[in-house]
Design a protein around this ligand. Structure first.
Ligand SMILES: Nc1nc2c(ncn2[C@@H]2O[C@H](COP(=O)(O)OP(=O)(O)OP(=O)(O)O)[C@@H](O)[C@H]2O)c(=O)[nH]1
Ligand SMILES: [Mg+2]
Length: 440
């Protein structure tokens, strides 16, 4: 699925020169790829308009290249229409009802879900209330036996609600804790199917009602999801046959349009072919960008840098600020960068060779600060010997290390005050030292 999208992004990412024309061409390619995979045309149009607007109008940090900015926007906007957040799957006792049209993969998915919860240490129970499909019961029974979970069905009974009631009894007796109910499909959402599902719903009172749709549903997905949503209260969607259709885009974005969440993807006929749906991971894979993570990291770093700079605009200094610095340093993975950003820090750590040692120390300082009370952090002057003892114990460090951290904090505070008073910048030695620091 979305193969064209991957190619377009890859081509773009490897271009030597990126200009406005290249960006326009990429957006056209994205448009084409999404329409080919059956994403609703209106959605595609709105999405690409938004991408364009953001790419050309949004303020971008100078450390981020246009190429990176474009990829980031494309990534974020795609994630947006493919499900902003991960659907939450509760690993706890629950009752699940599967609904959907004929042949979408409900029964197979029931088996897959049972297997999924079994692997998570729960005790699933499979119940078939399908009185339409010949051999529906046998199909479920085969699956249940394969994964060794209890099941119930009654081939002779023609009333699904009756079977449900019998099945509920069997479930309670079995000691299982996750009930998965497989319902019958129709070739359309007919009034009698709605009626049947409503009755089952009333008796079962499920925690989750999942609509099972197949990836090849295409443009019809939106209205189908909406119809099911108003007939039975859906808590999520499961899209099956993602392995065999190039058109999954319609099904995936239908969830977004109907305001529901995709919880699982079926990616094959076997019982283990069920995947937890995580839009962020999905889009990363979709774009085939191995280094997408590192790119997003980089953008985050820039934000961290700005945060530090902002902090230095403040008038007061306290341990919380010192802590922020430490944390940001660790996130950035380089002390050097911080030294470049914070005036006075280079005095604390004069030699580059000591940086690694210092980074280790800083990690310890973070533990130390974590062990301080709020009061101590706001007013470090109250930290006396007995407090030092307690903090050392709580952070798994020595008293000497706590003292050292407090000393570093005091020096940092001094620098801050000096910096704020303006004296700092008047010192010719400091001026020379900071000549190449960007923030000056
Ligand atoms: N490739 C692929 N095939 C699947 C997947 N899920 C289900 N199928 C196949 O789709 C067909 C229909 O699956 P069922 O589970 O019987 O569908 P159903 O919704 O229970 O069908 P009815 O009970 O008749 O409404 C079977 O051949 C399954 O093997 C999937 O994720 N990928
Ligand atoms: Mg079935």
């Amino acid at each position: 699925m979305f193969e064209k999208l991957k190619t377009a992004i890859n081509n773009f990412a490897t271009r030597k020169q990126i200009d406005k024309q290249e960006v326009e061409a990429l957006i056209k390619e994205i448009q084409r790829a999404l329409i080919l995979s059956d994403v609703n045309v209106k959605v595609v149009f709105e999405l690409t308009q938004k991408m364009k607007k953001r790419i050309f109008e949004e303020k971008k940090h100078e450390a981020v290249s246009l190429r990176e900015h474009v990829i980031k926007v494309v990534y974020e906007e795609l994630t947006n229409i493919l499900g902003k957040e991960k659907g939450k799957i509760e690993i706890k006792p629950q009752k699940i009802m599967l609904v959907g049209l004929y042949g979408t993969g409900k029964t197979t998915t029931a088996g897959k879900l049972a297997y999924f919860f079994k692997k998570k240490g729960l005790k699933p129970f499979l119940l078939s209330v399908d009185v339409y499909r010949p051999a529906a019961y046998t199909q479920l029974k085969t699956l249940a036996e394969q994964i060794e979970v209890p099941y119930y069905g009654n081939e002779k009974e023609k009333d699904p609600v009756k079977i449900l009631k019998e099945g509920l009894k069997a479930y309670e007796k079995s000691g299982a804790d996750v009930l998965i109910v497989d319902t019958a499909g129709r070739d359309a959402l007919t009034p009698d199917l709605i009626e049947e599902l409503k009755k089952i719903n009333e008796v079962l009172l499920p925690d989750e009602t999942y609509l099972v749709i197949a990836a090849d549903i295409g443009q019809g997905a939106k209205s189908l999801v909406e119809a099911f949503k108003s007939a039975v209260s859906l808590t999520g969607i499961i899209i099956t046959k993602m392995d065999s259709s190039a058109k999954g885009g319609g099904a995936l974005t239908a969830a977004y349009l109907a305001g529901t969440t995709v919880k699982f993807l079926g990616i094959g006929e076997k019982l283990e072919d069920l995947e937890y749906y995580d839009p962020v991971r999905f889009v990363s894979r979709l774009l085939g960008m191995g280094d997408l993570e590192s790119l997003l990291e980089k953008v985050k770093e820039v934000v961290d840098e700005e945060k530090i700079k902002e902090m230095w605009q403040s008038d007061k200094y306290n341990i919380a600020m010192f802590y922020e610095q430490l944390q940001a340093t660790q996130k950035m993975g380089s002390l050097q960068k911080m030294i470049e950003m914070i005036p006075g820090m280079s005095r604390l750590i004069p030699r580059k060779e000591e940086l690694e040692e210092q980074e280790k120390k800083m990690r310890k300082w973070k533990y130390i600060i974590d062990s301080m009370t709020k009061e101590e952090r706001e007013n470090p002057s109250i930290i006396n010997t007995s407090r030092i003892k307690r903090i050392a114990k709580g952070s798994g460090t020595s008293e000497e290390e706590v003292r050292e951290m407090l000393k570093a904090y005091k020096m940092s505070e001094k620098m801050f005050k000096k910096f704020k008073s303006g004296k700092f910048m008047k010192d010719p030695k400091i001026r020379k030292m900071l000549a190449n620091v960007p923030m000056q």
